[in-house]
Design a protein around this ligand. Structure first.
Ligand SMILES: [Zn+2]
Length: 459
């Protein structure tokens, strides 16, 4: 962790001002490593996504600290953990800040991993394990910030909630969405801090430390494209072979440039801010996906018999397209674009899955400014920008409720670490966890004081 002298002084002054002793962040780091080791050792691969043991683990941490903890179970094996620190200042400055993470992980193909994905292997200062970054590592950063607010008796002008939930990796129906549907009154936050963006020296652009705070997601649209034609013997090709039609149409579609945001859309404002702050983006799959609507051909199915016969022309061929669409483009606009790109009006196109239209969270908030300030104290030269993320997170379930949600792992991680998520070498630098915890701790503490001083000025 690199502190400048000036930032260290301002930190100490800020802490004196509210009568709180500085936490020992080195000790916090050692504790975070221990907790992460225990956490990633519990296999919560989804499916089946059984989170009972991780819920036991987190509950025992809170009980040890004297923090009341509530446990829910949305379905057999789908345990949820909820803990709340109450505001200590009156009047409260606003509704709660919710630290949100998922306990489930994607499955690990052990035959491809060089280490046991659930053995919490530490090599060269890195944790190598499934969930190390997505999302148990970030969950431990939330947890340490939460525990330090309690241990340091930080005056809180708002409640702070920690919610650990199951099921995110399969869409969140039994996790965040279940809590929202069944226990919203217990949550009702103004802000959610979730996964999504990162700080990184090379992910966004080479040689410049950029923190991308996610304020929106792309819209997911899964499509099935179906060509029908005339079956026959492979020795005598006909001109109504559905494979030919499908392949030609997909080739036309994929040859088109990826669409950027439409000029007046909400995404175009976000893109201009990103480009102004970051400059030219590095060329990689992540930066491509945050600047464009994208299409991935994920399945192509055809043939007669199992295994399919090589000498039979089938009557049907199908492909699925995983489309991720920038905010501001509607489902109907996107479908029209796809139809035009395929260039074959005879193809059937069905929507097989669709997420809600994305909502963009505002940046003009005390929490966003406090996150920026806490990051700049550590890295004065860092560029901080709002971004959207190409994948779905649970924030998408909160934003339609009017909740402002930011996705950020607020410590530098490399493009290599980011790319390792869901892969067979997932890893995270261990000292990134306490650094992220410290940013959360300071941002939450400052959001409290900023809000209350404003409220006082109004009174
Ligand atoms: Zn995740």
């Amino acid at each position: 962790m690199a502190f400048t002298f000036v930032s260290l002084v301002s930190l100490v002054v800020a802490q004196r001002a509210i009568g709180v002793q500085a936490p020992d962040w080195k000790a916090v780091g050692a504790e975070a490593t221990q907790l992460l080791q225990q956490y990633v050792s519990i296999d919560t691969s989804n499916p089946p996504g059984d989170t009972r043991k991780t819920a036991d683990f987190l509950a025992s941490v809170f009980e040890r600290e004297g923090i009341p903890v509530t446990r829910y179970e949305s379905a057999p094996g789908k345990a949820i953990i909820y803990a709340r620190l109450k505001a200590t200042m009156t009047p409260a400055a606003g509704k709660a800040i919710l630290l949100l993470h998922h306990m489930d992980v994607v499955p690990a193909d052990r035959s491809q991993w060089k280490v046991d994905p659930f053995a919490a292997t530490i090599v060269g200062g890195e944790m190598r394990a499934r969930g190390a970054l997505d999302m148990k590592g970030l969950g431990v950063a939330h947890l340490m910030a939460f525990l330090m607010l309690k241990r340091q008796h930080v005056p809180l002008a708002r409640d702070v909630i920690l919610l650990a939930e199951p099921d995110e990796e399969v869409g969140g129906a039994m996790g965040a969405r279940w809590m929202i549907a069944n226990h919203y009154a217990e949550l009702d936050p103004e802000f959610v801090l979730d996964e999504g963006g990162f700080g990184s020296p090379d992910l966004f652009t080479a040689g410049k430390l950029v923190y991308g705070i996610s304020v929106a997601e792309k819209k997911l649209l899964w499509l099935k494209v179906r060509a029908t034609g005339v079956a026959g013997h492979g020795s005598q090709p006909n001109d109504q072979n559905p494979n030919d039609r499908l392949v030609r149409a997909l080739a036309r579609l994929l040859a088109e440039p990826l669409p950027g945001p439409s000029a007046s859309s909400v995404a175009s404002g976000l893109m201009s801010t990103m480009h102004e702050r970051v400059g030219a983006f590095a060329i990689n799959k992540f930066t491509n996906a945050i600047q464009h609507s994208t299409i991935a051909v994920t399945t192509i199915r055809s043939g007669v018999g199992d295994p399919p016969k090589a000498n039979v022309i089938p009557s049907v061929a199908e492909a699925t397209l995983d489309c991720r669409v920038l905010p501001g483009t509607t489902r109907d606009q996107w479908l029209a674009d796809i139809r035009r790109g395929l260039g074959d009006p005879g193809l059937e196109i069905d929507v097989i899955s669709e997420s809600d239209d994305p909502i963009v969270s505002p940046q003009d908030t005390p929490l966003y400014r406090s996150l920026e300030a806490a990051i700049h104290r550590r890295h004065p030269d860092a560029v901080i920008t709002p971004i959207l993320v190409p994948y779905g997170t649970d924030s998408n379930a909160f934003r339609p409720r009017g909740v402002t949600s930011y996705g950020i792992f607020p410590a530098p991680v490399s493009a290599d670490e980011v790319a390792s998520m869901h892969g067979d070498a997932e890893h995270v630098r261990l000292d990134a966890i306490p650094e992220a915890a410290q940013v959360f701790f300071e941002a939450i503490r400052e959001t409290a004081t900023r809000q209350s001083s404003r409220a006082a000025a109004r009174d």
